[in-house]
Design a protein around this ligand. Sequence first.
Ligand code: UTP
Length: 407
Amino acid sequence: MTIEAAKEKLKKYGQEHLLKYYEELSAEEQVALLTQIDETDMTVLSSVSHKSELSKKGRITPLAAMELSEIEKNRDSFKNIGLTAIRDGKVGAVLLAGGMGTRLGSDDPKGMYNIGVTKKLYIFECLINNLMEVTNEAGKPVHLFVMTSDKNNDKTVKFLNEHKFFGYDENYVHFFKQEMAPASDYNGRIYLEEKGKLSTSPNGNGGWFISLKNAGLLDIVKKEGIEWLNIFAVDNVLQRIADPVFVGATISKDCVVGAKVVRKAAPDEKVGVMCLEDGKPSIVEYYELTEELMNAKNEKGDPAYNFGVILNYLFSVQALEKLMGNLPLHIVEKKIPYLDESGRLVKPEEPNGYKFENLVLDMIHKMDSCLPFEVVREKEFAPIKNKTGVDSVDSARELLKKNGVEL
Ligand code: UTP
């Protein structure tokens, strides 16, 4: 992009300040900045002015989950169907590891965090151990697609290579990077994080399928005949991946998505719950759950919105390919490092602006059918979001110990 074209684009979006230090940069840095300006999607910035209109929900009604008792009754047949699908190479897994993990506060990618006590046990290692329990039983590895971002890709790839993929067959591991989005102040002005670099942040976990496709990895999915992709978060160390019972149940129920869910601990627990929105599967966030919905009962007399999602979904590839249109944008407040007026880097203690994200839950809403599949929280849900307290390294260690994992 030429400097003239850059000026024109920046004028259109009110971002002329991004060239403030242009003349001070080396020729190489100038090119890098112009390229970044060229590649950055600035259309997202205008959403700041109508932020409150972005998350309007439709009509919410209950969506019944497949509960533990029903799963137990059919466990063997579901498991057989799932294992057969895995052995036939029809199941792949996608690790969503592009997030910044700012709450945990480590400089390294979250998966590199060592949660061991008497020995080293990394988050990535825990996940791969869990996956290998399934692939060893099936006698066949599943393709594992790992989503990273510009911010953590190199470290992630290096780390997993250095640790020989914790015993997983490296021919079955494929990395891809998600897209980045600009990070701005509260008025939609993009911050500079260096004199020649715009502040950016990964564009949310909802961009995973497009990024997988853009990286050319859908070709592998097709070539290998993968029909189902199990996406999962990096931070749940009790995560069951490619769980054959879950795969079998989703296939048996003829659904295009399966969603692992846990029974809520209390009606006001802060988790997103499965529901129907205007007749299509959806997730209502805890802060969108009205008093009326919180107290609503189903025909069995149980709370109607009682199953929280844990970011473990099984998508039909065919349904993913039919996904049309853009996902809605979410604006999230965030602490964004930036250059102040005098050009000094400031690392704020409190949120000072917005990042722009697409979320997986909006993909669910574009699907025709979804099976919420209940799992036992203490056995499958140990998220690590914080260093201490709720959903932390401490709480995950306790849960791992309870499940017989040596730390
Ligand atoms: P979180 O919502 O916990 O976000 O991600 P985060 O960025 O990792 O952590 P904080 O909020 O800064 O502390 C849930 C899952 O989605 C992935 C994360 O890596 C995690 O597995 N994710 C999130 C992405 O892959 N890309 C993103 O842009 C955001």
